[in-house]
Design a protein around this ligand. Structure first.
Ligand SMILES: *[C@@H]1O[C@H](CO)[C@@H](O)[C@H](O)[C@H]1NC(C)=O
Ligand SMILES: *[C@@H]1O[C@H](CO)[C@@H](O)[C@H](O)[C@H]1NC(C)=O
Ligand SMILES: *[C@@H]1O[C@H](CO)[C@@H](O)[C@H](O)[C@H]1NC(C)=O
Ligand SMILES: *[C@@H]1O[C@H](CO)[C@@H](O)[C@H](O)[C@H]1NC(C)=O
Length: 572
């Protein structure tokens, strides 16, 4: 009895709380000010556990290579550390970072190493040499090959020391991780630090109510390029004062909204997070505390039943995914100086609700074939059950996703975190077997010879809403009950047909294309796409045909659970 209790406790304790803290610049800081800030972070009212510090350099300001005082301050306050070595410099200057790192090991030994959660080589170096970074005049950066070399130098420096087992990685913005030119840096890293500020995404719909969507779009886009490396959030935040960036308005209220939508969701998913920033005197101001040392706003997070037991990957899967529009839009982040962004508490609620209600969704297997000949027969069975199972999600998403007054060119979000439909008929049509009727399938097949027609039954209750077809294509390792095979080539087009397909539909007798409504030029694993946008054809059954372009050869098991995969109709 006793041993089983112990083993239960042991099992539970394997879900360690992820590191949680703030960023700390070197400028103007001393041993005393580092220590005072670390204690402030640990004592924040309305929250707890903010006992980690991310640093940008190993070097104390104003010295050549003296160890930064944040290290003794961390030892004095039991603060864990994400170390940083500044890497946008030549070898001679970088050598000072290496010297300070070696000195820290020699001076502080295991009291130091016990606190180190990771070592970042560089911060936004690739962003600064990217077209966006150059346009924003963001300063010196570093090339991928030099970063890979510097990462190797850090690995050599810690080899055989108390830091030898610590992960070594890099910090940058999402759009550089998704650029294949930088893949070698990802390959050389043990973790990817992600700096992400919807506030600065001023070419996107970056109002605070959409900010969590932008944030997790970026997160998911990085995940798609991460080569399986863990993603740590190294900077994010929303300013309380400062200039408006497109639709992003700094205010205390919006900073709190963003905190609850993004910081709380990151905690909920147990993702290591270093917020920007505890305290500052900058414009825009991202500090969560003013001089009086108490938070400017409520930092408490709604309690979520599934919280620490939720596996990060499965909750990641339920997050909003990048639309093709978002993925192709560049960030406008001015350097490592924070500005930030995002989500409403209803967004956080819908995340939580979505992950906690996963089990009510059966696979589409069950309902793909059991609809009758009319829309209402379908909408009174499986489909309406799925939607009514999470009414708060539906209404929250519908009311937050497309604010009135914004251009609707982007359509509904590429996710199923709101009202959505899955297909009730999936029929391949095969140009090499033009008169063969394959009947309804669980799999969609899109290849140079075979297109697939998907029927959707749009409920009458969608009248007046916008409908988008969305295509969700997670990484294979995010899937548990479904799978796909893909040749990593080409893309596809989607058309609405001028009639409705059924089980007897063949290549020869299929309804003609009424209109091409969208396309993906280069389909990538770990991507999601909003393909079209239109008034919902409420109360009707619609057939969409998906056709391969550029040699794409894809077969997928259309499924929700978990990590939705395939074609859906999203209403918003
Ligand atoms: C330091 O903090 C950790 C949690 O991060 C705790 O487990 C440990 O007991 C603390 N050590 C001291 C000396 O307070
Ligand atoms: C990808 O990175 C390369 C090298 O920095 C750059 O030339 C290119 O413009 C980047 N592509 C995009 C889409 O930003
Ligand atoms: C980035 O934002 C700044 C400040 O709003 C603006 O002046 C600049 O033109 C923007 N740069 C790009 C490339 O959009
Ligand atoms: C559906 O596609 C998956 C992924 O390619 C494959 O493993 C599975 O065998 C297919 N199922 C059928 C019934 O063809």
């Amino acid at each position: 009895m006793r041993s089983s209790i112990l083993s239960l406790v042991g099992g539970a304790s394997t879900v360690l709380a992820a590191a949680r803290g703030f960023n700390y610049g070197s400028q103007g800081n001393t041993l005393e000010t580092f220590e005072a800030q670390f204690r402030t972070a640990q004592g924040l009212e309305t929250t707890s556990g903010w006992n980690s510090a991310r640093l940008y350099t190993m070097i104390q300001e104003g010295t050549a290579n003296t160890v930064i005082s944040a290290i003794p301050a961390a030892i004095a306050t039991n603060t864990t550390l994400l170390l940083g070595l500044w890497a946008s410099s030549d070898q001679a200057v970088f050598n000072n970072e290496l010297t300070a790192l070696r000195n820290a090991i020699n001076q502080y030994g295991s009291a130091f190493s016990d606190l180190v959660v990771g070592i970042s080589v560089g911060s936004e170096d690739l962003y600064r040499i990217s077209p966006t970074g150059i346009a924003a005049n963001s300063g010196y950066g570093q090339s991928p090959d030099v970063l890979v070399n510097y990462i190797g130098q850090v690995r050599s420096a810690i080899s055989g020391t108390v830091l030898s087992s610590k992960p070594v990685g890099h910090v940058d913005t999402w759009n550089v991780y998704t650029n294949t030119s930088n893949a070698a840096v990802i390959a050389a890293s043990d973790f990817l630090g992600l700096d992400e500020y919807p506030y600065y995404e001023n070419t996107n719909e970056n109002s605070v109510s959409n900010a969590a969507t932008l944030f997790f779009n970026a997160y998911n886009a990085v995940e798609g390029s991460a080569q399986g490396k863990p993603i740590w959030i190294t900077e994010s935040g929303w300013p309380t004062t400062g200039p408006t960036e497109n639709l992003a308005v700094p205010s205390t209220e919006n900073a709190e909204t963003y905190w609850k939508a993004v910081a709380c969701e990151l905690i909920n998913r147990n993702i290591p997070t270093w917020w920007y920033i505890l305290q500052d005197q900058a414009t825009p101001s991202f500090g969560v505390v003013a001089s009086g040392e108490q938070p400017k706003y409520d930092l408490s997070c709604p309690s979520v039943a599934t919280s620490s037991s939720a596996a990060p990957t499965s909750s990641v899967a339920s997050a909003t995914m990048p639309t093709s529009a978002a993925a192709s839009t560049t960030l406008n982040i001015s350097n490592a100086v924070p500005s930030a962004g995002y989500v409403s508490s209803s967004g956080a609620t819908s995340q939580a609700a979505a992950s906690s209600t996963v089990t009510v969704f059966s696979t589409t297997l069950i309902t793909v074939t059991n609809c009758g000949s009319t829309v209402s027969e379908c909408t009174t069975t499986g489909m309406s059950t799925a939607i009514s199972a999470k009414p708060s999600v539906t209404s929250a998403a519908a009311s937050t996703v497309v604010p009135s007054g914004t251009p609707a060119a982007s359509g509904c979000p590429a996710d199923i975190n709101g009202a959505y439909q899955y297909p009730h008929l999936i029929v391949p049509v095969d140009s090499s077997n033009p008169s063969k009727a394959y009947g309804t399938q669980y799999n969609g097949t899109i290849s140079p010879k075979v297109s697939t027609i998907f029927n959707f039954d749009i409920p009458a209750s969608y009248a007046g809403k916008t409908c988008s077809t969305v295509f969700l294509f997670p990484q294979l390792n995010q899937l548990e009950t479904s799978s796909y095979s893909f040749n990593d080539q080409g893309g596809f087009t989607i058309a609405v047909l001028n009639g409705v397909a059924d089980e007897s539909t063949t290549y020869s007798n299929a309804p003609a294309v009424a209109k091409q409504i969208g396309s993906v030029d280069q389909l990538k694993r770990g991507s999601s796409h909003t393909l079209s946008m239109d008034a919902c054809p409420a109360g009707t059954r619609v057939s969409f045909e998906v056709t391969s372009t550029g040699g794409l050869d894809l077969e997928f098991f259309q499924d929700y659970n978990p990590s939705p995969l395939g074609l859906y109709v999203r209403a918003c």
